[in-house]
Design a protein around this ligand. Structure first.
Ligand SMILES: [Fe+2]
Ligand SMILES: [Fe+2]
Length: 159
């Protein structure tokens, strides 16, 4: 999805989410090229932190707002999204309890990347276009999403 095509009412909120998607997709891509470089664990940790923050913003702000605005249009898509988030969180928790030399560490991260790619494609190809076609006004929500993001990012760094 191209940011320049997003109307003003949805631009800030969807851009925030699109930037996150781009960032994590790049980490998964880099991992496939650089997993033997010694930077592996750092990449896994960064992706897991980013994904944890991102799913929280969606689950606490974005998804409930859409459901509230139009349950008929968004209910089924959001239910699926929550199930997909749950699978990703399960793998994230497993990875965070493992070390880079453990069996299946690379495989779990690769599979997490496949889940994320699938989920991101559904959001960008189905959910976000629907948000735009239903003209959901996300201007105020975008500010809440942005401040939650900053709050979560600062505690992630402190941890
Ligand atoms: Fe999501
Ligand atoms: Fe997302």
């Amino acid at each position: 999805m191209n940011k320049s095509e997003i109307p003003a009412a949805q631009k800030a909120a969807l851009s925030l989410l699109l930037d996150d998607h781009k960032k994590v997709k790049k980490i998964f891509k880099d991992f496939e090229k650089e997993k033997d470089s010694g930077a592996k664990q750092k990449m896994v940790e960064e992706a897991c932190t980013e994904l944890t923050i991102h799913t929280k913003i969606e689950e606490e702000k974005f998804y409930p707002y859409l459901r509230d605005q139009n349950p008929e249009a968004f209910g089924d898509l959001l239910d699926e999204a929550l199930v997909e988030h749950a699978s990703a969180k399960e793998l994230i928790a497993q990875l965070q309890g493992m070390g880079p030399d453990d069996d299946l560490y690379d495989a779990k991260f690769t599979v997490l990347g496949e889940y994320v790619n699938h989920h991101v494609t559904e959001e960008e190809d189905e959910l976000f276009p629907k948000v735009i076609s239903k003209k959901i006004d996300l201007k105020e929500l975008a500010q809440e999403m942005e401040s939650l993001k900053q709050e979560l990012a600062s505690t992630a760094v402190a941890a």
